[in-house]
Write a protein that binds this ligand. Sequence first.
Ligand SMILES: [Zn+2]
Length: 238
Amino acid sequence: MLPIIEALLVLQDRDRRLIRLKAELEAVAPQRQLLQLKAAKTQAAFEEVRKRNVHIESERKRLELEVVTMQQRINKLRTEQLGTRSNDQYKAYQHQIETTQAEISRLDDQQIELMEQAEAVGRDVAEAAKVAAGQKAETDRQLVDLAAREANLRKDHELVSAERAALAAKADPAGLWRYERILKMKGDNALVGVHRVVCGGCHVKLPMQTFLHAKAQLELTACTNCGRLLYFTPDMDV
Ligand SMILES: [Zn+2]
């Protein structure tokens, strides 16, 4: 095998690893966002149900105060009722007292209903708090793992980059230049094998002359269709 092909094959292996590592590194930020979003969602669900609970409780307190006010009104009406001499006025007071009592009884019913609701929502709050705490713990753990993974990927990327630079420094500049130009254009394999007289890059059958040229390995040969550099090893099918 031509020394430049051998060198480029090793180099290409490092380039492929670098491409993979870069893609994995780029996937870290979206993964992190997804994890944070999941925790934020369960936290929001908890806040929502807690807010409902607070609302029920304040509503109940409002009714309670209203009942107190009405009781005071009844007491006042009773005092005034005792002071009147007019029969009509007495009846009018009585009517107001009864109306207010009915209103109090209506509010009492509402309070009972709210207390039942509060009990159910209270259970929901406890459950949502448990779910949110569990999700947060899980997310925190996953974020720590992800950070460790990211650090490893960065370290690998640095190592492979250094290896790649050392290999590139030793490679024949003309061959390296051709390889890198194709890599830039194609974005993937620049140096491909030949199987059954077909280019391993574009899978188009090679002209016989090109094939024989690649097989002879006297100099770098490019696919006439896609321009990728070709290599041939004896174990490949002719
Ligand atoms: Zn090709």
